[in-house]
Ligand binder design. Structure first.
Ligand code: ZN
Ligand code: ZN
Length: 128
């Protein structure tokens, strides 16, 4: 999981579902290091709230949002509209979708627009 900056699994309506993940990108400058969150010099721990990514090889730094928008979000899904199962990749960029921020993609079969929203904190877990 260390190679991923994002992984999620979502129910799409009642019939569909999607899994989405984003791999860390190579440093665009030296093309040797995997960009990651900067580390605290004393503890060596990654600063997960940092607003930027840094290359461990050459120290190149890039703003978090600008960096993430260069990455691809890979998606494996079952379309809730037509039941089509497929894979796709879209830019890891959130757009407004049904009034919320989501990574938006299209079903390859029926062209339905589907969105992977941020996790809803207030959503109750299903039991049973
Ligand atoms: Zn680098
Ligand atoms: Zn479909």
């Amino acid at each position: 999981m260390d190679e991923l900056i994002y992984f999620t699994r979502r129910q799409l309506d009642s019939k569909g579902e999607a899994r989405a993940w984003v791999y860390k990108g190579m440093c665009e400058k030296c093309k040797k290091g995997l960009m990651g969150k900067p580390r605290d010099e004393k503890t060596g721990k990654a600063k997960i709230r940092a607003k930027e990514y840094v290359c461990p090889e050459c120290g190149f730094m890039i703003e978090k949002k600008a960096y993430e928008e260069t990455l691809d979000c890979e998606i494996k899904y079952t379309c809730p509209e037509c039941g089509n199962e497929d894979e796709t990749a879209v830019p890891y960029k959130r757009k407004k979708w049904q009034g919320v921020d989501a990574v938006v993609f299209q079903c390859s079969k029926c062209d339905a627009k589907l969105g992977i929203t941020k996790k809803m904190k207030d959503k109750k877990e299903k039991k049973g």
